[in-house]
Design a protein around this ligand. Sequence first.
Ligand SMILES: C=CC1=C(C)c2cc3[nH]c(cc4nc(cc5[nH]c(cc1n2)c(C)c5CCC(=O)O)C(CCC(=O)O)=C4C)c(C)c3C=C
Ligand SMILES: [Fe+2]
Ligand SMILES: [Fe+2]
Length: 363
Amino acid sequence: MAIARQALRTAVLLVNLGTPDAPTAAAVKPYLKQFLSDPRVVEIPKLIWWCILNLIILPIRSGASAKKYASIWLNGPDGGSPLLVYSKKQSQALEQKFLAQGKDVLVDLAMRYGNPSLESVLDRLQKAGMERLLVLPLYPQYSATTTASTFDEIFRIISKWRNQPELRLVKHYHDHPEYINALKEQVESYWQTNGRPDFAGGDKLLFSFHGVPKRTLDKGDPYHCECHKTGRLLREALGLTSEQAMVTFQSRFGKAEWLKPYTAPTVKSLGEKKTKRLDIFCPGFPADCLETLEEIAMEVRDDFLTAGGGEYHYISCLNTNPAWISGLAEIAADHLAGWPQLPESPEALALSIQRATELAAKK
Ligand SMILES: C=CC1=C(C)c2cc3[nH]c(cc4nc(cc5[nH]c(cc1n2)c(C)c5CCC(=O)O)C(CCC(=O)O)=C4C)c(C)c3C=C
Ligand SMILES: [Fe+2]
Ligand SMILES: [Fe+2]
């Protein structure tokens, strides 16, 4: 019976890090508290970290971070935190892509911290008849601090369910040809509009990835290697040498050593060497966010110009680049392979499209 079988639906869940609900200290504090209380993110003994976090970091950082969020917040009816706005657009575009391909797949977006919470979105998908779940984190490079934390939280949530879905997890796609191709297109289309750097004349391109503590690498986290592989594949796709395009790591938090070279001092030193033009791109962030729009496009820009550098070009993240939406659909399709595709009849397909459209309208 078409309608009964129709309830057995496949869902693709995009998951990103999360962001505060508003650019205010009152909204940033609970977000940071949830994020920085995650033992996958900060691996310091619980009691010591509780004191540092609650007595020092949250009182100071909530206000300081809120000011930074205010400087990048998007206004208007579809506004909000860029990370949420762009991640939502990616989820909607992916859903449209599947519909256009005639695939009966629910697509939704959740955040690991803050809203929309994983718990609320999984609940919504369960009510929509989800029987198979593909989790696709918006982290191309695997790290225990991000990817594993997302998987842990999903296991924790569905461990309370009586009727669990079949489950598949996309661990990483740092070297997926469609991801690399989307990155290449993003950089080249920027150059088409803004001119190409004169690499023979000493101009540079930096690939800046989010950092993690160096001890995570020493303990076996593959994140560092995956960032370098993405960097190498993108550099080769663009036809550049390792002197012309370099990998650096940004957003250091705390006093411990993080992955090197650090982005900000590298940029400052390029400024001091009077580099005529520096282009900077963040391949590990599929969506623009605080760390790209404030840290890289504003703070680090100032460091370069103050140090004596020439032109500074920030290249936006993939956001809604059509090559990236196609890439996401391909990555998902690779991992959906083998799962029975419903519906089987044109009537059931029409019904499924109608349901997906209604669900999208409710979001
Ligand atoms: C110990 C601290 C942190 C680790 C480890 C870490 C890893 C990590 N983070 C991202 C992606 C993002 N991080 C973002 C913001 C952000 N990150 C940290 C700390 C760690 N990140 C903090 C405290 C913050 C909040 C902002 C601030 O106060 O500085 C964001 C942007 C969020 C937004 O709202 O725009 C992203 C995205 C990755 C990929 C990663 C490890 C690989
Ligand atoms: Fe971070
Ligand atoms: Fe930052």
